[in-house]
Write a protein that binds this ligand. Structure first.
Ligand SMILES: [Zn+2]
Length: 137
């Protein structure tokens, strides 16, 4: 199984963003290289709602330019599933077109339950599970 390495601090930031945007889905981008995320970039959800998200394309282009200056790339995106497990939804699958793009999906736990985060990668229009390796920040 392919792996995605993510520093603990990035996971914490993604979880915090997911909780802040409840009851809506949050979304953002993952900047890194070679299967390792260096940082997360929060973006506005242009389709704010509890079951949809759309990363602002202008924010994505800006993140790509900025990452390029650091010798990095936008290697993936993250979003949340309030009230649903962190599995790709039918909508996620329909909109998955960038082969090799990683996705982190976070399901904020209700009533103090822990948040669940899972990693996926798009291949041939499908989501394949990826081993999430959380590294000390
Ligand atoms: Zn989703």
């Amino acid at each position: 199984m392919m792996r995605l390495r993510v520093p603990r601090g990035v996971i914490d930031a993604v979880r915090a963003h997911a909780r802040r945007d409840l009851p809506d889905e949050c979304c953002g981008l993952l900047v890194g290289a070679d299967g390792r995320v260096h940082r997360a970039v929060e973006t506005r959800n242009l389709r704010a709602g509890p079951t949809r998200y759309l990363v602002d394309p202008a924010a994505q282009f800006a993140a790509m330019r900025e990452a390029g200056r650091e010798g990095l790339q936008v290697i993936g995106a993250y979003h949340s599933h309030p009230g649903a497990p962190p599995l790709p939804s039918a909508t996620d699958v329909r909109e998955a077109y960038e082969t090799g793009f990683f996705h982190l999906i976070v399901a904020p736990g209700a009533g103090g339950a822990p948040d669940e985060v899972r990693a996926w990668r798009v291949a041939q229009g499908r989501f394949e599970p990826v081993e999430l390796c959380i590294e000390p920040a």
